[in-house]
Design a protein around this ligand. Structure first.
Ligand SMILES: CC(C)(COP(=O)(O)OP(=O)(O)OC[C@H]1O[C@@H](n2cnc3c(N)ncnc32)[C@H](O)[C@@H]1OP(=O)(O)O)[C@@H](O)C(=O)NCCC(=O)NCCS
Length: 147
């Protein structure tokens, strides 16, 4: 099996289909992305979408967000998803390593991500490639909730 990680530059039908197949494998509550959403992602200066192909088929994705703030360039990894049928072959690791290399090239000093403790495979993957947990408070404001 040959695995190849690439930057997604165009909102193709193939990539839209892949997003719609992969996103539910991460989140059952997220809306299914359509081509317009993909267009927005690939057109965003802040987001780099990576796709992994195995034997030609898109089997994984990762979104890397990078943006300048006064303290430097921030980099965040989001939405790491490998197709269930293609897991355990190093594809998640290949996506993550490519994201780290792009973030370093862009001048980021650190790369952040969050991952629920229940996502055991994801936690092992991130620690294997060198991520360490850090102590901080993760806040979220949800619109529509009573404050
Ligand atoms: C987390 C996730 C992205 C990992 O993807 P993956 O492609 O299976 O990851 P890898 O193959 O790099 O690593 C998984 C396992 O395969 C093993 N592996 C890597 N290359 C291998 C190879 N060539 N042959 C056999 N096993 C291999 C790894 O050692 C690892 O083993 P471990 O889990 O026992 O530590 C995937 O499980 C997933 O999409 N989960 C659902 C969504 C999710 O939780 N996303 C993360 C959000 S934070």
């Amino acid at each position: 099996m040959s695995v190849h990680v690439e930057v997604v530059r165009d909102a193709t039908h193939e990539m839209t289909e892949a997003l719609r197949r992969l996103v539910p494998q991460l989140s059952t509550s997220a809306e299914l992305p359509d081509q317009k959403v993909l267009h927005r992602i690939v057109g965003s200066e802040a987001t780099t979408l990576l796709a992994a192909r195995a034997d030609g088929k898109i089997v994984g994705l990762l979104a890397l967000a990078m943006f300048p703030v006064p303290t430097g360039v921030r980099a965040w990894i989001e939405d790491v998803i490998v197709d269930e049928a293609a897991r355990g072959q190093g594809i998640g690791e290949a996506l993550t390593r490519e994201a780290l290399s792009l973030a370093q090239a862009a001048g980021a000093r650190t790369v952040d991500l969050t991952s629920r403790p229940s996502r055991a495979a994801a936690g092992r993957l991130y620690e294997r490639v060198g991520f360490a947990t850090r102590s901080t408070r993760i806040y979220r404001y949800t619109f529509g909730s009573t404050g």
